[in-house]
Structure formats: C-alpha cells, structure tokens
Design a protein around this ligand. Structure first.
Ligand SMILES: C[S@@+](CC[C@H](N)C(=O)[O-])C[C@H]1O[C@@H](n2cnc3c(N)ncnc32)[C@H](O)[C@@H]1O
Length: 244
C-alpha cells in the first residue's frame, strides 16, 4: 500500500473507538492463561495498546510493563482505572528497548504480523529472548493464514455493519508471494468516508517456530485458543508458547 506507515493504523480515531469495536470476549481466558505463565513474575506486553489485556492482568497482581508506538492508544490506557500503574515505553516493539528481564513477554491479537518484514519479525523474537528470564515464556497469538489461501481471487469485501446511518466494510487483498495483506476498514455515513488502513506480513506457525529457534527458543506449547483448545488442521487461531 503506497505511502502506508504502520503508525497510521492506530491514530486518535482508532484509539477512541478501539475498545467499543474490539470485543473478542476471550479476555478473561487470555488473562488467566498469561497469569499462570507469569507465576507471580513480571510481564511485558509488546504492543500494549489500550490495555485490553494488560490492565486486567495487572489487576491480578502481576507487574505488567508495555511498549507501544501510538501515543493515542497509550492515552486511552492511561485514562482507565489502573492505567497509571503501568510503565509504558513509547517506541517500536521490534527493539524491545526496555531494561531488565521478564518471566513473561507476550504479543497478542496478530500484532507480530504488524512488523512488515521477516527480518523485523526475527529481530523481535531475538530481542524478546534477550529480555526473558531463563525460565521465562514468550507467547505469540496470531491467526493461521489458511483462510487467506482459500479466498476467491485473493480478496474480499465484507459487510461489517449495515445501519440506517452507516455502512462499514472490510476490504482486503492478499498476496501469497510476499505473505502480505492489505486491508482497510471503510465507514460510509452522512459524515463522510473514513478509512482505516492496515498492512500485515503474516507467517504460518512453522515459520514462527523457526524464528524462535533462530532466537534460541523452542516451542513449548501450542493451542488453538486461550482455553487450551487443541490445535488442529482446522484451527483458525494459534497461541504459541516459547521458552529456552
Ligand atoms: C490491534 S492493537 C492490539 C493492542 C493490544 N495488544 C490488544 O490486544 O488489545 C495493536 C497495537 O499495536 C501497536 N503497534 C503496532 N505495531 C507496532 C510497532 N511496530 N511498535 C509498537 N507498537 C506497535 C499499535 O499502536 C496498537 O496499539
């Protein structure tokens, strides 16, 4: 997508409505899963956003730090109860530019794929590994790209909402050769047209495992969801736990 920069996907418009639109309903299970892995130790969320996961995890008594490059998303986090308790480093999470080590580092909701090259994704694994305690876990949650390979003509337009005063469309194009998707959420209403572009470079679980190996980590567990659903050939989501 010409002239696209990742930070464009997380401006003030998106930050303001993020928590209304993103309701996965798995937050309790996600937090319980992560709390178990942290075992009372400190946790670091790469791309912490509005604190959808970090705030309830912190409320369970885990120290959670975060990294994010969107001042608008972090401002939303800060405005919520407990948001002032969390140390957030503003910057690109690929660098994991924080002091110290963590029992748990995690990047959820497909956000690893927001790093747009394989090189950046490998660097992220390496930098995360450098900040893990010896018994620490690095958790990556990401979709399984099988559905992209089944698209007709490598694209779709989906009606996300049809109301009397607004139509919202999700428009996506897939390029298998580069493992890239280009997407935009388009809102059409009397107020005008609003676009929310997003580009991702996806990876299959096996490629993630090799990135972990390059970083000196091994796959310890793989699940299809936060309730430890078995990972099978039909799983659309993948929760991978890496450690030394
Ligand atoms: C889809 S939101 C997920 C937020 C949160 N982890 C959650 O699960 O609700 C993606 C977040 O990643 C951040 N982000 C994306 N790419 C980033 C990068 N390279 N460095 C730092 N933050 C990034 C965005 O600013 C945004 O807050």
């Amino acid at each position: 997508m010409e002239n696209y920069k990742p930070v464009m996907s997380f401006g003030e418009d998106v930050a303001e409505t993020y928590d209304d639109i993103v309701q996965r309903g798995e937050e309790t299970a996600t937090v319980a899963f992560l709390e178990q892995l942290a075992r009372g130790g400190a946790a670091l969320e790469l791309a912490i956003g509005t604190g959808r996961i970090a705030l309830p995890l912190s409320a369970r008594g885990i120290r959670v730090d975060g990294i994010d490059f969107s001042a608008a998303m972090v401002a939303e986090l800060r405005s919520k109860p407990g948001g002032d308790q969390i140390s957030v480093t503003e910057g690109d999470f690929v660098d994991v530019a924080v002091p110290g080590t963590y029992r748990l580092i995690y990047v959820v909701f497909n956000t690893l794929f927001n790093l747009l090259t394989q090189d950046e994704q490998v660097r992220c694994f390496e930098n995360a590994a450098n900040h893990l305690t010896d018994d620490g876990s690095f958790v990556v949650e990401a979709y399984v790209p099988a559905f992209l390979h089944r698209l007709s003509n490598d694209q779709y337009v989906e009606a996300e909402a049809i109301r009397v005063d607004e139509v919202r469309l999700d428009v996506l194009r897939h390029e298998m050769a580069t493992q890239m998707i280009e997407e935009s959420h388009v809102s059409l209403s009397p107020a005008g047209v609003r676009l929310n572009p997003l580009v991702q470079r996806y990876a299959w679980p096996g490629e993630l495992d090799l990135m972990a190996r390059i970083a000196g980590l091994r796959l310890k567990e793989r699940w299809a969801g936060w309730n430890r659903e078995p990972f099978t050939s039909t799983s659309g989501n993948c929760v991978s736990v890496y450690g030394r």
